[in-house]
Write a protein that binds this ligand. Structure first.
Ligand code: ZN
Ligand code: FE
Ligand code: FE
Ligand code: ZN
Length: 265
């Protein structure tokens, strides 16, 4: 199993240190894992969504030390990644941070619509300000702009906007095809993220329809659990693989030094 998306306690809303995640990965049969903790956010964003800027150098050295240790101990392959938010007008800040460290993989995420962290259960009341149609249009427009920024290798949980179950009654296909085309032109991969199964939507990110559109557009894929606790490392990745096969994939990508390498499913 390949799990290219796990967090650590540094982000402020996950539990567990890197070594605990590696031990859990080994126990779960994960042979390659990428730490992708949340890149610090611009000033003015609330704490608790991402690690603080002062944590970033320690995060990097801790993951690299663990990676070296796992080579000698025969543990899982450990990659250094990060999950970066796409925030309009802050692309420069993100690019600078990404250039400053030897990341293997950079996940790009849209978690914010303006200042609203729409995936935060505590802010769920704000869905009342949107119709599902308007919200989906806004989210997928932002996601297309995010992938076109050139900052990211993989677009994480690509239909996160479905998290709490609200979705337009029809017309999803239009968004799926536009998104897959945007991913293909940007040269990014799509993440098949099993965390959606643990959320109210009770469905992997992305939906089969979006994954099929990605496959048709020639977009490569990765798999990740988005674990925020060691117990969730590798969780439901067999369901992710099953969905990939259903969408027509027979391989996924691993990123090392931000270069994709194909591995059979
Ligand atoms: Zn998180
Ligand atoms: Fe995320
Ligand atoms: Fe994540
Ligand atoms: Zn995530």
């Amino acid at each position: 199993m390949i799990d290219l998306h796990v967090h650590t306690s540094r982000c402020g809303h996950a539990e567990g240190a890197v070594a605990e995640y590696a031990a859990a990965a080994a126990a779960a049969g994960v042979r390659t894992m990428a730490f992708c903790d949340h890149l610090p956010l611009p000033a003015g964003y609330p704490s608790g969504y991402a690690m603080a800027w002062r944590e970033l150098p320690d995060y990097v050295s801790e993951v690299r030390a663990l990676a070296a240790e796992c080579v000698t101990s025969g543990g899982p392959e450990v990659l250094l990644g990060v999950e970066a938010d796409w925030i309009p007008r802050h692309e420069g800040m993100v690019a600078e941070a990404l250039d400053a460290y030897p990341f293997d993989i950079v996940l790009g995420s849209v978690h914010f619509i303006d200042d609203w962290a729409f995936d935060d259960p505590d802010l769920r009341a704000r869905y009342a300000e949107w119709t599902p149609d308007r919200l989906w249009k806004r989210y997928f427009d932002d996601l297309s702009r995010a992938c076109a920024s050139g900052l990211f290798d993989v677009m994480a949980h690509p239909d996160l906007v479905k998290k709490f179950g609200d979705r337009p009654a029809h017309g999803l296909r239009v968004w799926y095809e536009a998104t897959a085309d945007a991913f293909a032109s940007a040269g990014v991969a799509v993440e098949v993220n099993s965390a959606g199964l643990r959320k109210p939507c009770a469905e992997i990110y992305p939906a089969l329809g979006l994954l099929r559109a990605c496959r048709a557009a020639g977009v490569p894929a990765t798999t990740g659990s988005d674990a925020h606790t060691p117990a969730d490392v590798g969780r439901d990745l067999s369901a992710a693989r099953h969905l990939l096969r259903e969408a027509g994939y027979d391989s996924i990508m691993v990123f090392r030094g931000r270069v994709a390498e194909e591995v059979g499913l």
